[in-house]
Design a protein around this ligand. Sequence first.
Ligand code: THU
Length: 136
Amino acid sequence: MLERELAETLLARARAAAERAYAPYSNFPVGAAILTEDGTIFEGANIENASYPVTMCAERTAAGAAVFAGKREFRAVAVSAPRAPGATPCGACRQLLNEFKPARGELIVILDGPAGPEQMPFSALLPHAFGPRDLE
Ligand code: THU
């Protein structure tokens, strides 16, 4: 798990990111902050669309920013949905995040719980995942 201070920092970034969501249809803003292996933080928020399924989740916009910047290993991801304390990443986002688990150690997920950051290993959210190795 991450030191409490780092977890708090990531969660604060996710909360701030949620304020930049474009969520006029659900009125359910979500923010995400991803810490990559080299210590960089990338943020994202949900971006909805009049064609509802085109919506992009916060975790995926953050991951897109990280991957586009050349990052391939995520150490931690913090997620904040102010209207739903403790909300976890959706199934599709779990699958996306699985792709960028670090080579060593666990990817840590930080939820915005009622009592602050709640840390858990990614494998608790998506056990027996299908991933890059299955294609080898
Ligand atoms: N949403 C996310 O951004 N991340 C999740 O993990 C769950 C759902 C967004 C999608 C949509 O804009 C809104 O929350 C309601 O589903």
